[in-house]
Design a protein around this ligand. Structure first.
Ligand code: THU
Length: 160
């Protein structure tokens, strides 16, 4: 038996004003996108903005459903739309932000496990890392350099 440690580095910014211009603009797009979330059940509004290699930004927000599992998270709405509209164009980064109508979300909202898996398909295909920016409604912004950092030991098509 041998032991192995998996670790990764992330960047923490006190507020979004500390971000570089490209990241700040992308996060602003995610905040805008969040406003159109359809989340009457959870009251938890999420916005996502995907920056493509061709500099196009594709947005998404969560779309809920009376049949709860039929809804979809903001991140998947955005990356699937990017894949549908710009097939083969690599994703540079994704910004995610969340707010609740019930309480202040003041720490970064990380993508759920299903969204991590969905995004990992794109990262694996393009063989270039996708950076992930995360923020609540206010406060700290976290940036990690690759989706695989937040999905260690991920499953991909080489296992099939
Ligand atoms: N949600 C997202 O949009 N992204 C995530 O990564 C986590 C959760 C949405 C799904 C649902 O509409 C609401 O937030 C509460 O779970």
């Amino acid at each position: 038996m041998r032991k192995k440690t998996i670790s990764f580095e992330l960047q923490v910014f006190e507020t979004m004003d500390e971000l570089g211009p490209e990241d700040k603009k992308l996060l602003q797009s995610a905040i805008e996108a969040r406003k159109n979330a359809y989340a009457p059940y959870s009251k938890f509004n999420v916005g996502a903005a995907v920056l493509l290699q061709n500099d196009v930004v594709v947005i998404g927000n969560n779309q809920e459903n009376a049949s709860y599992p039929s809804g979809l998270c903001a991140e998947r709405v955005a990356v699937f739309q990017a894949g549908a509209k710009y097939p083969g164009i690599a994703i540079k980064s994704i910004a995610i932000t969340a707010m609740s109508e019930n309480h202040m979300v003041d720490s970064p909202a990380a993508p759920c496990g299903n969204c991590r898996q969905a995004i990992s398909e794109y990262e694996f295909r393009q063989k270039e890392p996708i950076s992930i920016l995360m923020m609540g409604e206010k406060g700290e912004v976290i940036k990690c350099n690759s989706l695989s950092d937040i999905l260690p030991l991920g499953f991909n098509n080489t296992y099939l």
